[in-house]
Design a protein around this ligand. Structure first.
Ligand SMILES: [Zn+2]
Length: 274
């Protein structure tokens, strides 16, 4: 009896391990660029699955905002944000060739939140609170949008959702034999959570910072604005710290890294300005 249980558990372990390994792929989402971001990522959820979830969530959110009269209200603001985003998007091919053909969307939401994000597949939102409360410059806007675009290029949301799917599968290891269908369904659930709601890991932040300054420099925006941006963000705290800080923990290390990497891409900026 005891032996039966043990061998059953053992075969379940093998089965789940097999499921995980077939579902798991190791990828290099981006080229390294001048800033040299090189790290292989393990993915359990397909990019297609996540993009579909993002597209759906984004269009639902836009419809909601429109109903509240909070979508693209200020035409000058929208023009400004889209001009900057378009120049950054034009540079994404340096990191991954397919990004140029993504269905990019850029919208401004009227909300007090100091926030901005880019969902998988290039669905961008910038909150009016970020622009107004920080009295943000064009270079600083390029820094924050470039940073968010970098998260999407590196598919950090997919990576995070994959990690959670793995954790979730391992927890249920002893209690149930997972079917592939279940795993897929769970993956979709984690994909939603991973889109914009969870804090980024430090390594993801560092990668987005470095790729972000390179995108900005290549697009002709001063990469050093990333430093003033995060300093402003830190000071904007008070009783209600910026929403962006809750998903993008800032620190002295970050400022140091940004100082270093924005200096490295200065030649690209000077070239773009010429
Ligand atoms: Zn970030």
């Amino acid at each position: 009896m005891k032996r039966n249980v043990r061998s059953c558990l053992a075969s379940m372990t093998v089965l789940v391990a097999a499921l995980l390994s077939t579902a798991c792929e190791t990828v290099q989402t981006t080229q390294s660029g001048v800033v040299g971001v090189e790290r292989q990522q393990r993915m359990m959820i397909s990019a297609q699955e996540l993009d579909q979830a993002a597209t759906k969530q984004y269009s639902e959110l836009l419809a909601e905002q429109k109903k509240k009269n909070a979508l693209n209200v200020n035409a000058a603001q929208v023009r400004r944000v889209r001009t900057i985003a378009d120049r950054l998007i034009a540079q994404t091919g340096v990191f991954r060739a397919d990004a140029r053909s993504w269905k990019w969307e850029v919208n401004v939401l009227t909300a007090d939140d100091v926030n901005a994000w880019c969902m998988p597949g290039g669905k961008i939102a910038v909150y009016s609170g970020l622009i107004e409360k920080l009295k943000i410059t064009d270079d600083e806007l390029a820094a924050v949008i470039g940073h968010e675009i970098a998260h999407a290029l590196r598919e950090h949301a997919r990576e995070r959702a994959s990690e959670q799917a793995v954790a979730g599968s391992l927890i249920s290891l002893g209690s149930a034999i997972l079917g592939v269908g279940d795993l897929g369904q769970q993956g979709a659930q984690y994909a939603y959570m991973g889109l914009i709601g969870l804090p980024n890991s430090r390594s993801h932040e560092t990668e987005a910072d470095r790729i972000g300054v390179e995108l900005a420099a290549r697009a002709g925006y001063d990469p050093r604005a990333a430093i003033t941006l995060w300093k402003k963000m830190g000071q904007a705290g008070g009783s209600a710290p910026p929403k962006l800080l809750s998903t993008h923990p800032s620190s002295e290390d970050r400022i140091r890294d940004l100082t270093d990497y924005s200096a490295r891409v200065m030649p690209l900026y000077q070239q773009a300005r010429r």
